[in-house]
Design a protein around this ligand. Structure first.
Ligand code: TA6
Length: 262
């Protein structure tokens, strides 16, 4: 894990998965949640920060959520501008990737981390894929959080992916939730009563936003989820699931977000 502090924030990241692990703007507590139980096991993804689900989301293939978050990415560029840190990582097809996904591709993720946080995935090739920025956000108490901007239609993974519609003015969480919202707004907000802050997720290239919290029982079955940790995290994931992304030669596919906190 690499760490750095610029004039606007502290950050941490890993070349494994090209994963941002911490973003703490000046004057705020960490915006991202990271499990303290990070395994040295290279085959296991890191639980927390912003894992990249590519080239599929969920069980669209094996391993779950794709291979990108389990692999070492190459650092193409790191630039310190004083007020922000720019990181660009690259992952290209290899015999290892073609063994599970027989396609040529070049994926790059660019992170610009300062007072705000930009994460952008860009994929070149002649490929169709699903993807998600599987962001873990740190919250004061999951039962005192409201998420707005998700829209009214979602596929509920707890009901076999059934498409449901509910009129919301904002979603509160009081139990396990695992939903793919299929018509989210461009901007989703996490209203945190305890930390007295709003995390704003300005999305682009997405078709969906995923909302996930494992709650008690599911957490107990996760070796890298400390007891009770579910209360201080919520996943709100900028994703392209219901409408897969398509990259064509000379026309890369893009999925990204800007995070702001106030
Ligand atoms: O994004 C929600 C989800 O697909 C859940 O179903 C749950 O599996 C979560 O991702 C975490 O997946 P992971 O493979 O990181 O344990």
């Amino acid at each position: 894990m690499d760490t750095y502090t610029n004039s606007e924030c502290s950050l941490a990241w890993s070349s494994k998965g090209a994963q941002l692990l911490n973003w703490q703007p000046r004057g705020f507590s960490p915006v991202l949640w990271l499990s303290p139980l990070v395994f040295d096991d290279p085959s296991r993804p890191i639980r927390g920060g912003i894992p990249l689900c590519f080239p599929w989301f969920g069980n669209g293939g094996t391993p779950s959520h794709g291979f990108a978050r389990r692999m070492e990415w190459d650092l193409v560029r790191r630039t310190e501008h004083g007020h922000e840190t720019v990181l660009v990582y690259r992952l290209e097809d290899s015999p290892e990737t073609r063994a599970v996904w027989d396609h040529e591709f070049c994926a790059e993720v660019r992170m610009i981390v300062g007072e705000e946080c930009d994460v952008d995935l860009e994929v070149e090739g002649d490929v169709k894929f699903t993807a998600a920025l599987h962001s873990y956000f740190h919250v004061g108490d999951i039962e005192k959080v409201t998420v707005s901007g998700l829209g009214e239609q979602y596929r509920d993974a707890l009901q076999g992916g059934k498409l449901l519609r509910e009129k919301f003015n904002g979603v509160s969480i009081g139990g396990e939730v695992d939903r793919v919202y299929v018509k989210p707004d461009r901007v989703v907000r996490i209203w945190d009563e305890v930390l007295d802050r709003i995390i704003e997720i300005v999305q682009h290239g997405h078709s969906d936003t995923v909302l996930w919290n494992p709650w008690v029982e599911k957490s107990e079955g996760m070796a890298d989820m400390p007891e009770g940790a579910y209360r201080n995290m919520v996943c709100v994931e900028t994703a392209a699931i219901s409408k897969p992304l398509v990259a064509m030669p000379g026309k890369p596919a893009k999925l990204g977000m800007k995070l702001l906190v106030s």
